[in-house]
Design a protein around this ligand. Structure first.
Ligand SMILES: C[S@@+](CC[C@H](N)C(=O)[O-])C[C@H]1O[C@@H](n2cnc3c(N)ncnc32)[C@H](O)[C@@H]1O
Length: 309
């Protein structure tokens, strides 16, 4: 679905996180840490670098990147959601990071920084939230110094014709069989499909065009990074699967991480949500009673690029 009013879309996206910040931080600390670590390793951050984290959320990447910089280095995280930024600032304060990290409310498509300010720009799981991702990437290009490096990562299935893709498909084959026998429920597809059925009426798009277009974003994201002016140096993909023990956790993770479910549930009447929950928990318990499981597969596709001098 095309995003019609970009400003409205951005406000709705940012505020949808404000009420689920604690759950988001809980799951992201548990699941996203290793993906953030891979991003930081690909970014090759040096002690004196000035680093920007775009769509920082609760600061998972920014707060890990701090370990790479010295006294003269600096990390700046930006996000539109005040709730996410409050959580990020609280974590920085608890870890006594002082002046090394700063978090600001800012639109990725309109960065309030001078040109060439940053040596490194990173962004994990944020690009698909921007209604105009190319505008954001051009802004990232403007604020990156010549010779500087960026690492942009989005959720995606692996590159189709690659060893990684083939290995992944072989690895998940037993799960595909379990699913076809009704012995596995997969997030966020499971909740999203119930939401589509119980809460179909929406006049707004929950996802950007780039997010809703395809689950394989490997080519489109690399092409956008090039279109913004960068030279792509390398790409990488990492995928994992978490198994959720209880239907309650399975509900929490999907209603937090899925943009469709998070936004639609927050606007639905309590009666409709109650009916949906009944069906959700009923199906989860039925699958578990037959020896099935509840899983959340998650993955990042990384594009590493350089601003040529
Ligand atoms: C899925 S979260 C990722 C957060 C964090 N990078 C992580 O991996 O945990 C996407 C983040 O992008 C932020 N965001 C969405 N649109 C934005 C925009 N136009 N400018 C800046 N941040 C935005 C959201 O508020 C949210 O915190």
């Amino acid at each position: 679905m095309q995003v019609i009013d970009a400003q409205k879309f951005k406000t709705r996206d940012a505020t949808s996180y404000d009420t689920v910040t604690a759950q988001f931080d809980h799951f992201t600390e548990q699941l996203t840490s290793s993906l953030a670590a891979r991003m930081i390793s690909l970014a090759e951050i040096k002690q004196t670098d000035s680093v920007l984290d775009v769509g920082t959320g609760t600061g998972i990447v920014a707060l890990q990147a701090v370990n790479k910089i010295g006294e003269t280095g600096k990390i700046h995280g930006i996000d539109l959601s005040e709730g996410m930024l409050t959580a990020a600032r609280a974590k920085a304060e608890k870890r006594e990071l002082g002046q090394k990290v700063e978090f600001s409310q800012m639109d990725a498509e309109e960065l309030k920084f001078e040109a060439e300010k940053f040596d490194v720009v990173v962004s994990l799981f944020a690009l698909l939230h921007f209604p105009n991702p190319l505008t954001a990437l051009k802004e990232i290009y403007r604020v990156t110094r010549k010779g500087g490096r960026i690492v942009i990562a989005v959720g995606s299935s692996p590159p189709l014709f690659s060893v990684t893709g083939l290995t992944h498909r072989l690895k998940i084959f037993p799960d595909v069989l379990r699913r076809s026998r009704g012995k596995q429920l997969v997030a966020p597809k499971f909740l999203d499909s119930l939401v589509e059925r119980h809460l179909p009426e929406t006049h707004e798009s929950e996802e950007s065009h780039l997010a809703s277009h395809s689950h394989n974003r490997t080519q489109s994201v690399s092409a956008l990074v090039e279109a913004a002016g960068f030279k792509v140096l390398q790409t990488d993909w990492q995928g994992h699967q978490a198994e959720l023990e209880t239907p309650e956790e399975f509900w929490e993770i999907q209603s937090t991480f899925s943009s469709i479910s998070r936004k639609r549930l927050s606007h639905a009447s309590s009666e409709k949500v109650e009916l949906l929950r009944e069906e959700f928990f009923g199906q989860c318990r039925a699958v578990q009673a037959h020896g099935g499981n509840l899983v959340y597969p998650f993955a990042a596709f990384y594009v590493v690029a350089e601003k040529r001098g």
